[in-house]
Design a protein around this ligand. Structure first.
Ligand code: NDP
Length: 316
C-alpha cells in the first residue's frame, strides 16, 4: 500500500538491474515518490506513473489509476505497439537536452566521415597505399535533414556551424538560422534533389514508413550518401541495398534497422559501403532522463502543458 500523499511510479526500463539506479535518482530528484519494479508492482491501484520501454501488452491497461505514461526514450512507438494501451492517457516523450547534443555529435561525426572520404582512406590503409584526395570544403557540401524536431534542429545548427550547406524538411515550416527550411510532401522532391548527404531523423509513424524507399532515393543526386538515425522502418533495407548496387547511393551510415538487434545473417553487417552502429546515436544517461521526467511530473501535477507530449493527431 502506498503511503499517504506519496506518488507511486512503476519502472520497466533497463531491466530489474537498473531499478536501484532509477530509485536513487528519483529519491534525490522527486523524494515523495515510491518507485516499484515492473516485475513486482504490488497493488496496481496505487500506481499513478509508469516509466517504460516496450511495456508488455495489457499491463498498462491493468493499472486503474495511471495518470501519465513516461517513455524512457524519445520515441513512443514501443508503447503504441501495445494493442490494449489506454489511449486516453498522455504519453511523455523523454527528450533531455543531452539527447539532442549526443545526436548532433553522432550526425556530425557521420557527415564529416563521409565528407572527408574516410572510408576510402581506410581502404587505402588496408592496402598500405599512400594517396592524396581533394575533398571540397564543407561549404560546398549539401547536407539535408529529414525531420527538424528536437534532434534534427540541433543537428542542423551543428552542421551549419561546421560550415556545411544545410537544408531541412519537416511537416510545418521552420525558421532556423543558416538552414534552408522546406515543408510538406510537395517540397520533398526538390529538397532531395539538391543534396550530397541526406540525414534521416524522422519519428516512426505510418506516414514516415518507407519514406526513403526506392522512389525517394531515386530523387537524390546520383552517388549521394545516407545517414539513418530516426527509425529503421523509414529505410527499407532491400531498397537501400539496391540503390547502393545501382550506384544511386554511394555509402550509408546506419544506426537504426528494420529489425533490432540487427540479425547476425543480415548482409548489412559485412557490406563495405555501410557503417553499422547498434542504435547508439543518442543514449542519454539515466540521470539526465530522470531529471527531465522529475521536472515533467512536477509540471504535470501543477496543471502545466508539457511540450514533449505525444500528439495522437500527428502520430509523434
Ligand atoms: P520531434 O517530434 O521533436 O520532431 C520530429 C520532426 O519530424 C519534426 O520536425 C516533424 O515536423 C517531422 N515530421 C514528422 N512527421 C513528418 C512527416 N510526415 N512529414 C514531414 N515531417 C515530419 O522528434 P525528435 O526530433 O525528438 O526525434 C525524432 C526521432 O529521432 C524520434 O522519433 C526517434 O525515432 C529518433 N531518435 C533516434 C535515436 C537514436 O539513438 N538513433 C535517439 C533519439 C531519437 P514538425 O516539426 O512540422 O512537427
Amino acid at each position: 500500500m502506498a503511503g499517504t500523499g506519496q506518488r507511486v511510479m512503476v519502472v520497466k526500463s533497463g531491466g530489474p538491474s537498473a531499478v536501484p539506479e532509477w530509485r536513487e535518482h528519483f529519491r534525490v530528484l522527486l523524494p515523495d515518490t515510491e518507485l516499484r519494479c515492473w516485475t513486482e508492482p504490488g497493488n496496481l491501484a496505487d500506481i499513478g506513473y509508469a516509466l517504460v520501454w516496450e511495456p508488455d501488452e495489457g499491463r498498462l491497461a491493468a493499472m486503474p489509476n495511471l495518470r501519465l505514461i513516461l517513455s524512457s526514450a524519445v520515441g513512443v512507438e514501443h508503447i503504441l505497439a501495445d494493442r490494449m494501451l489506454p489511449r486516453h492517457l498522455p504519453i511523455l516523450r523523454t527528450v533531455p537536452g543531452e539527447a539532442a547534443d549526443q545526436m548532433a555529435e553522432y550526425v556530425a561525426w557521420a557527415v564529416l566521415h563521409l565528407h572527408r572520404g574516410i572510408p576510402l582512406l581506410q581502404e587505402q590503409q588496408a592496402r598500405g597505399h599512400w594517396q592524396f584526395h581533394d575533398p571540397p570544403l564543407a561549404s560546398a557540401r549539401r547536407v539535408g535533414i529529414l525531420g527538424l524536431g528536437s534532434m534534427g534542429a540541433r543537428c542542423a545548427r551543428m552542421l551549419a556551424g561546421i560550415g556545411f550547406r544545410v537544408s531541412g524538411w519537416s511537416r510545418g515550416r521552420k525558421a532556423i538560422a543558416d538552414v534552408a527550411c522546406h515543408a510538406g510532401q510537395g517540397e520533398l522532391p526538390r529538397f532531395l534533389a539538391d543534396l550530397d548527404i541526406v540525414v534521416c531523423l524522422l519519428p516512426a509513424t505510418p506516414e514516415t514508413r518507407g519514406i526513403l524507399g526506392t522512389e525517394n532515393l531515386a530523387r537524390l543526386p546520383r552517388g549521394a550518401c545516407l545517414v539513418s538515425a530516426g527509425r529503421g522502418q523509414q529505410v527499407p533495407e532491400r531498397d537501400l541495398l539496391a540503390a547502393l548496387d545501382a550506384g544511386q547511393l554511394s555509402r550509408a551510415v546506419l544506426d537504426v534497422f528494420e529489425n533490432e538487434p540487427l540479425p547476425a545473417e543480415s548482409p548489412l553487417w559485412r557490406d563495405p559501403r555501410i557503417i553499422v552502429t547498434p542504435h547508439v546515436a543518442s543514449l542519454p544517461s539515466r540521470e539526465a532522463r530522470a531529471r527531465f521526467i522529475a521536472d515533467a511530473i512536477r509540471r504535470f501535477e501543477q496543471g502545466e502543458v508539457l511540450p514533449t507530449l505525444y500528439d495522437p493527431a500527428l502520430g509523434y
